[in-house]
Design a protein around this ligand. Structure first.
Ligand code: ZN
Length: 71
């Protein structure tokens, strides 16, 4: 399975108190009401910009794999 799965959530006090109060990629603060993305492959919360960056990285890796397969 190569697809990156994220669950988009709104940060709640519950998540911040019990799970994390920072993005686990860039360690920026997560505040109540922020849009956060739960990375189901790595079991961690990411901020929006890290999630977008991961998806771009993942897509470019997949592109390379596809072109290698063609030649
Ligand atoms: Zn981040």
């Amino acid at each position: 399975m190569s697809r990156v799965d994220f669950i988009v959530q709104e940060a709640t006090e519950d998540i911040i108190d019990r799970v994390t109060n920072v993005c686990l990629e860039c360690y920026s603060d997560i505040k109540v009401g922020d849009t956060i993305h739960y990375d189901m492959l790595n079991y961690r919360y990411l901020c929006k910009s890290c999630q977008e960056r991961l998806i771009e990285k993942k897509e470019s890796i997949e592109d390379e794999e596809i072109s290698e397969g063609l030649f």
